[in-house]
Design a protein around this ligand. Structure first.
Ligand SMILES: [Zn+2]
Length: 86
C-alpha cells in the first residue's frame, strides 16, 4: 500500500499554500460531471489565506438546478487529486 500518496501535503490544506505552490484547483460535481478551475486569489479575497477546501462538499454551483455535490481537486504532484483528508 502506498500509504503516503493519500496524505495531503501541508501546503494543499490552505489557500495560501496552494497559491504559493502555483497549484491548479478545480471544482467538479459528482452528479452532472461538470467542472471548472477556481480563481484562488478571488476566493482568497472572499475568505482568507488560511481557508481550507479540504473535505468541503458544497451543493453543486456549476450547473443550475443540479442536485449533486461539488468536490475540490488540486494538482501539484503531477495529477489531479481530491482535496480530502482520507
Ligand atoms: Zn452538478
Amino acid at each position: 500500500m502506498a500509504k503516503s500518496e493519500s496524505i495531503l501535503p501541508d501546503w494543499a490544506t490552505t489557500l495560501d499554500g496552494l497559491i504559493a505552490r502555483g497549484s491548479t484547483v478545480r471544482v467538479s460535481c459528482d452528479t452532472c460531471d461538470a467542472w471548472v478551475d477556481i480563481d484562488l486569489v478571488t476566493l482568497r479575497s472572499r475568505t482568507s489565506g488560511t481557508y481550507s477546501l479540504v473535505d468541503r462538499r458544497p451543493p453543486c454551483r456549476i450547473t443550475e438546478g443540479c442536485a449533486g455535490h461539488n468536490r475540490f481537486l488540486f494538482d501539484g504532484r503531477g495529477r489531479m487529486e481530491l482535496l480530502a483528508s482520507r
